[in-house]
Design a protein around this ligand. Sequence first.
Ligand SMILES: [Zn+2]
Length: 293
Amino acid sequence: MTSIKRKRAELLQSCQSVFRCPLCRSAMAVSQYRSLICGQGHTFDISKQGYVNFLNKSVKTRYDRQLFEARRELFDSREFFGPVQKEIAAIITHIQSPQTSAAVLDAGCGEGSHLAAICKWLQPAFSVTGIGIDLSKEGVLHAAKAFGDHMVFAVADVADAPFADSCFDVVMSVLSPWNYKECSRLLRKGGTVIKAVPRRDYLKEVREFFFGDSPRRNDTADSAAGRFQAGFQTFERKRLCYTKTLAQPDLERLVKMTPLTWKCTDDSIQRFISQKEAAVTIDIDILIGTDPL
Ligand SMILES: [Zn+2]
């Protein structure tokens, strides 16, 4: 066994009490630094990068290695979502009084950049256990390679997550599909759910360039906010809107990371990425709820 795998299995073991078997719902424990096993003997192996795959079959998505690499590079080099990540960490710090520990779940973590950045911002106030799950094995592999020394990642379904009831202080979802019922189930009393959703002007310049239209046709922010308002005892909505000016190679990374351009022609993509530079708007609502009703 490599020392990396052993270290990461130890990290998993330190938070094994949050896991429950997705098949029979019983508690799980790390066995011989090789796998997570439930009381009924259902076994899920720990990969050499330290993540666990809870899905019995792989889900084909268009979220491939290139997309996650582009996302991570763009986030790192340009702090594309830096203000969003910083704001989410500030919200958590404000609501959850600093304590010895905070268990934070990123439901739909992709390649782990948001969780890593937010945990970093939280570190001075909290001893954070960061756990990320995603349907995309490619995303989780990338996350485990980059951030697996300090955070735990698993391939799992956010609609049927392999965790015990009420085991997280914070459940968050950043620009990712989520499941309201499941996120509420996982939250401890007094915990916080945070969901970042795109608003009308999110990446409006990209839509203008490729489709000639500006506002998003479906404003998911309003419907998600309605759900929060009806579902939590306290609810807050914060808007963040800012622009980043991108040049090569960040324009190319942007095209690779957004599903917006998946149906566009190579020709139009070439024209977009050969621009000298372009401003891009990030327009996001952060929805905050505590204590599900
Ligand atoms: Zn089981």
